[in-house]
Design a protein around this ligand. Structure first.
Ligand code: EPZ
Length: 428
């Protein structure tokens, strides 16, 4: 049998035990960049998006925009998008499969062409993640929605304003609705919306394009326009990357200064880290110094929609709590299956008891290096954090999960003194 080797992804080889020290700049937010990239479809005019991170998900979104007929150029951290040539309203399955946020093309394509054909995103490892709320909104807005052969076909005749209340808080559901309603010249009202900083960054962009949007609590009133304009916008910092780097500093008993951070977007994360024993000292508007204040303390975390504790920081905190003296509890209220990382952390010696949506973490003295697998984006971040502090070597496979949402994470951590080697993963 010929010994074929397939490069399915990269792997990380981490030598644990280094205290991180130094300064690192936080990149732009992935989950703001993606909806804002799709907002460019709402007009024929060109747009410039600044502070866009180099991520696989951003590459996938760029590829989709080009498939739809737009021109996309990247210059350093800027994306120049010319959507004039967009002549398709179909988002193919092979892109949606790779990046479920492609469903955000539905609202803009329906707004621009009166129709959209988008492949249904399957479930993923953290949960079923249906899009029923997105479709329920489009139906209430007067669209004809048909699900056939794995695709959603949406069509609308005469656009009209709508009053719609989401049954549950959904980030991309809210964004899809805002993107579409920005093209509807009548007044619309959305109730029970998501208000994550990334959603509000999209609102800023839609206002720059000419939509009038007023947000009060979880209620938005929108007056759209049929003549939306191009925009220039600098994406907000990535609060989840910033939180991940903060955990790395505390976990390794380091002393790290983050630059280009927006602490106003991460109050709950800062509060929980301080409760766990971190020393977090703001320096001016966009800098913060992070150290550990003695051995971390056990804490309780319940993930919630913003402004609650973000589910996207849950896996990273579990790595920290794994080496914290005493029993901690994590309750994951957003996704039904977001504890995959617990089983990988256990291979490194963590003592975690997973019961449904609760995980009880019994802190251990030390983690030990092991061979572990990435299962999803934030789980892989959690394993990198554990590898930084584990005794000996840790191998983390399928690093493409990490590359979807973190810009050169190993370079940032190595600049702080970590020892992470990226190697091709050879499957034989
Ligand atoms: C966004 O996903 C983020 N992705 C996720 O970040 C994040 O974890 C999530 O919001 C929660 O904050 C992007 O912004 C691109 P939801 P989204 O719709 O919009 C259920 C990361 O790590 N639901 O707010 O898909 C759903 O199953 C990623 O960067 C329905 O039941 O999340 C989930 O349990 C992972 N029906 C909950 O609501 C719907 O129609 C929240 O989902 C929509 C959602």
């Amino acid at each position: 049998m010929m010994n074929t080797t397939l490069y399915s992804s990269d792997l990380f080889l981490i030598e644990g035990g280094v205290k991180l020290r130094g300064k690192v700049r936080v990149s732009g937010a992935k989950n703001a960049s993606l909806p804002i990239m799709f907002a460019t479809l709402l007009t024929k005019e060109g747009s410039v998006i600044e502070n866009v991170p180099h991520l696989l998900d951003v590459d996938s979104a760029s590829e989709l925009l080009k498939k739809l007929g737009a021109r996309v150029e990247r210059l350093e951290d800027r994306l120049l998008i010319d959507p004039e040539g967009v002549n398709s309203w179909e988002t193919p399955d092979e892109i949606v499969k790779r990046m479920r946020a492609s469903v955000l093309s539905m609202g803009p394509l329906l707004g621009r062409f009166g129709r959209a054909r988008v492949a249904l995103p399957g479930g993923c490892s953290i949960g079923a993640r249906p899009i029923d709320q997105h479709l329920k909104f489009f139906v209430s807005a007067g669209a004809d929605v048909q699900v056939k052969e794995g695709y959603v076909n949406v069509e609308i005749g005469k656009k009209r304003g709508v009053e719609f209340r989401f049954d549950l808080i959904t980030v991309t559901g809210t964004e899809n609705a805002l993107l579409y309603l920005s093209t509807v010249e009548e007044k619309s009202v959305l109730e029970n919306i998501a208000v994550e900083p990334e959603v509000m960054d999209l609102v800023e962009v839609l206002r720059k394009m000419g939509a009038r949007i007023e947000v009060e609590g979880r209620r938005a009133v929108i007056w759209g326009s049929s003549e939306l304009r191009g925009f220039v916008h600098r994406v907000i910092p990535d609060r989840i990357e910033a939180g991940t780097l903060m955990v790395a500093a505390v976990l390794t008993d380091g002393d790290v200064t983050l630059e280009g951070v927006e602490l106003g977007h991460m109050e709950e994360v800062v509060e929980k880290l301080m409760e766990a024993g971190a020393k977090i000292e703001p320096i001016g508007r966009e800098k913060v110094r992070v150290r550990r204040g003695g051995r971390p303390n056990p804490i309780e975390i319940v993930t919630r929609e913003y402004p609650g504790f973000p589910t996207d920081m849950q896996a990273q905190m579990m790595a920290l709590l794994s080496v914290t003296e005493g029993k901690s509890m994590i309750y994951e209220s957003i996704f039904e299956n977001r504890f995959q990382h617990a089983y990988e952390l256990m291979k490194m010696g963590a003592n975690i008891d997973v019961r449904g949506r609760s995980a009880f973490v019994y802190g251990v003295e030390k983690l030990r290096g092991a061979e572990v697998n990435s299962t999803d984006l934030r789980a892989s971040a959690s394993l990198v954090l554990a590898g930084l502090v584990a005794e000996g070597k840790t191998v983390i496979r399928d690093i493409y999960h990490l590359d979807r949402g973190y810009e050169r994470l190993e370079e940032k951590l190595n600049s702080l003194g970590a020892s992470i080697e990226r190697l091709p993963q050879i499957l034989s």
